[in-house]
Design a protein around this ligand. Sequence first.
Ligand code: ADP
Length: 493
Amino acid sequence: MSKLNILFVASECHPFAKTGGLADVVGALPKYLRKLGHDARVVMPRYYGVDRSKLKKFPAPLGVPMGVIGEMWCGIYEGVLPESEVPVYFVDYELFFGRESLYNDASGIGFMDNDNRFVLLSRAAMQLCKALDFRPHILHTHDWHTSAANLFLTTIYANDERFARCASVLTIHNMQYQGAFYNGLMNVLDVGWEHFNFREVEMDDKVNLLKAGITHATMISAVSPKYAREILTKEFGYGLEATMRTREGDLWGVLNGVDTDEWNPRTDRFIAPNNYDENSLENKLKIKRALQREMGLPQRDAPLIAIVSRLVKQKGIDTIAEAIHDLLKMDIQIVMLGSGEIWTHFYFGDIMKLYPKQFACRIGFDAALSHRIEAGCDLFLMPSRFEPCGLNQMYSQLYGSPPIVHGVGGLEDSVQNYDERTGEGTGFKFYGLNAKNLVNTVGWAVHTWYNEKERFRAMQKRIMRLDYGWERSAKTYEALYLEALKRANKPFS
Ligand code: ADP
């Protein structure tokens, strides 16, 4: 097959800027598409945290029309995704992106100018194609932040010959965040007010950027097959379920892969020299002991249960808070790493003081520690209220730490419940998120750890051999791209 030109437009990309799984996908998928022979590239903002000294600066600035605001001139820097030849273009506009955090101020409130910031990014991506004379076959956007690019492709750039062979794909990583803004944003988007209607861009008299993407993308994907079905319903659609249903025929669910360059206990640099595989689980025990020490817990032989998560309601953190006293009645230890809603920082800090021998919590974002936790724990707890895909349940499986999950979205797709009769399964799963079900299921997993040691060990070995490599998902995306070109009537040869 000839190669496709694919442009990823995204607000985050690992390892340059990350708040969650979106960054992992954008940092990995283009590499695997490149391995399939395609010319995949990434456009993202040059946040304050991106070190410019290692990047190449374009000689000329890029002019980006921003409607009533006028033309904004951005610097463009170029780098590559590590261990690859995937070009990454950084849009540099100090006033918008020269900030420590990506979306929110220190108190967790979204920046007031998030609308203009991400419309600028989306429009800059389109202009950059012209500057580079890059003629994409596929414009691949991610979540609301870059959905405006799907809209631009079918409006302002509809007759631009550089995009004549281009279809677009929008991947939904999280339906809850939609980019809903004051309708004056139409004057910045500059696509014409005729698009401000209920069938395209308007929602509750606001501009809803995710909706604009959903209605204008050639095809849409969600990050797991189950989540693709869930977002058609009121419970998970966050008000856009009816819009989503109008595109049901163009919606695919593609489970994210795992970047095994980063997440593989056999090679993981963060756990060296105790790297392990299914035949050297004694090294996993050494990592557990070191982790207990590091977190200030007694180095005992009790099951160590881990939580690495944004500490927000989406992740079921309020249910964990409700259940914590009952959970700690069991002879277990819990380690938690995360940050998020401010109340959780205080609440779990107090729990740590109450149960110093059983509960340890680190507030913050720490990639190295997250690897040591995945490797050192016995069980991984992830009771998300909704979970578009979720990565940690897959990481924990590959590290031989069976996950305990609420059976929604990607958790449902990637965790097979333990079957007591046969001993089969890849984790422990429950339905109906509440404290009682959570405590019972943790109890079941803990019971299995204590009393069914051989079966537990067999499960560890089995899950370490699971294939979550990106190769398979990248092939599905390739098929999705070809389908999008067909549906857009842009034959690809
Ligand atoms: P989401 O994108 O909804 O936050 P995912 O499970 O898809 O959830 O991805 C979360 C990613 O962020 C994983 O790679 C996880 O290890 C990482 N992560 C989350 N919180 C932290 C933290 N406090 N420190 C380090 N890594 C974290």
